[in-house]
Design a protein. Sequence first.
Length: 581
Amino acid sequence: MAGRQDTPIAPPRAVRRLVAALEPPARGAIPRAARGTLVVLAGLGLGAVLFTAAELHLDGAAGIAVRALVAVALAGSLALAVQRLRARIDVMEAFRRGQDAMGEALLLIDATTMCIVYGSPAAAVLYGRSLEELVGLPARELALPADQATIDARGHLREAGHRVPERAAMQIAHPGSDPRFAEWATIPLTVDGHRLLLSLARDVTSRQRAERRLAEEHAFLEAVLEAAAGPISVLAPDGRLLRVNAATARLAGMEPGAMAGRTPWELGLMTAEQGAEVATALRERRDPFRHAVSWRDRAGRERSVICSATAMRDGAGRITSAVSVGVDLTGQRAAEERARRAHAALDLRSHELERSNRDLAEFADRAAHELRESVHAVSGFTDLLDAHDGAVLDARGRSYLAAVREAAGDMDELLDGVAAYGSLGSGEALACDVDCERTLDAVLTELAEEIDARAAAVTRDPLPTVPGDPGELTALLSNLVGNALRFGGATSPRVHVAAQRRDLGWQLTVSDDGDGVPPAERQRIFQLFRRLHPRGAHRGAGVGLALCQRIVERHGGAIWVDDAAGGGSAFHVTLPDREAR
């Protein structure tokens, strides 16, 4: 490889000295620094001996030579001693600068008074005080009141000779801000007979807050996991269950501890083939992978679950675990089956009802046809009797003849109403758009003779176009307007047809100026064959309002009656608008 240095480069002497000073000695060996000190001391001692001997026994050139040799040796030893002392100072300075760069605060504390005698610049930052404020401050005042008792107890144990753990953690009373968390270590030492405590502290506030947030998030996720209604499980790469929530345990019918460490196919929750299919999909990154599983629980009930499996991967893309989230469809499937059966039964009943309605309509039509022939025969023979023998009838006979004619007319009207009621279909009748203006015009043309006979006045508001059956809406307005004419004022009745927008529909109102409908009768008058007045007081067979209610219901609306604003009755009908179709 280009640029590679195969021959090791000898480190500079200063670096070797630093490493030698920092390296811990082997067990039983004298540290290199100590060995150097011994050599210096031995040299100084030997030089002193030689210098003394030269002073006492050697004179002349020999004495001068020995004295010079001793002076050189002493100077070399002193230089070596100074060099080693400077190396120690360099090491301590590098240590101090490293502590400050790492943000580790250094304090020297008097072990007797427990007051601070020295603080590093990093300590001033950590504790939020200047170096002048730190010196002389009792060390316990750096902690919160809750931790001061702990610091005092540690000091008492140390004074009593007990071994106190060097590492501890506490909160710092930081002036002007929230308390901060610190990890610190206290090491006792003695310098020149003075007992000191060397305290090193590191600010771990950010880590503590991150750990607290992590713990809160973990607790939140645990609560969500256990509160989830669906089964959730965490699996190892080999398929073993690492964690299951309460829903999974309930669904499987066993305790969570009994499921841990076992695979779903060992527990009978899925087949080994299904497990292999899920594993293949996750390896091929086809996650989330949805799959269905079914089994019988311990009670013998068949369970159906839809699961979604997702792989959790590390930075290299390797699968570290898998999370499976499921939805128990057992109840839903059972509800769907019940709904299907109920829908089938409803369809059957609907078909039966439609058939019954057709039979009833056919019966009503045939019965009305047959009865109408009999009524026509009675009316015909009444006319013949009046034509041939009317001259010989007295007043009583003619009154009888008039009563028969009126009864035949009422019967004919009744049969028409029954036939119309029976001919109504079932379901909705919103196939066409019906112009209520034109429909009312047709109704008024049909009732023109009766309107003229009673000198009635019929007014209207602009009427809408609504979806419905044209014939049925014509019958609806014909009956409502006809009733208003019939039961309106005694002379010159007034009838008004109004229209008002109501949400997604319209409200039509037909009001008159008659006597009104008593509150007790306002629901009963819509019953079939129900008359408000005695027979003979007014024409009618008691079918019209029942027919109106049936028509309105087929159009998805409602009908009711209350008092009109100026007196009389007001019949209200709601009909859907085009948007409601």
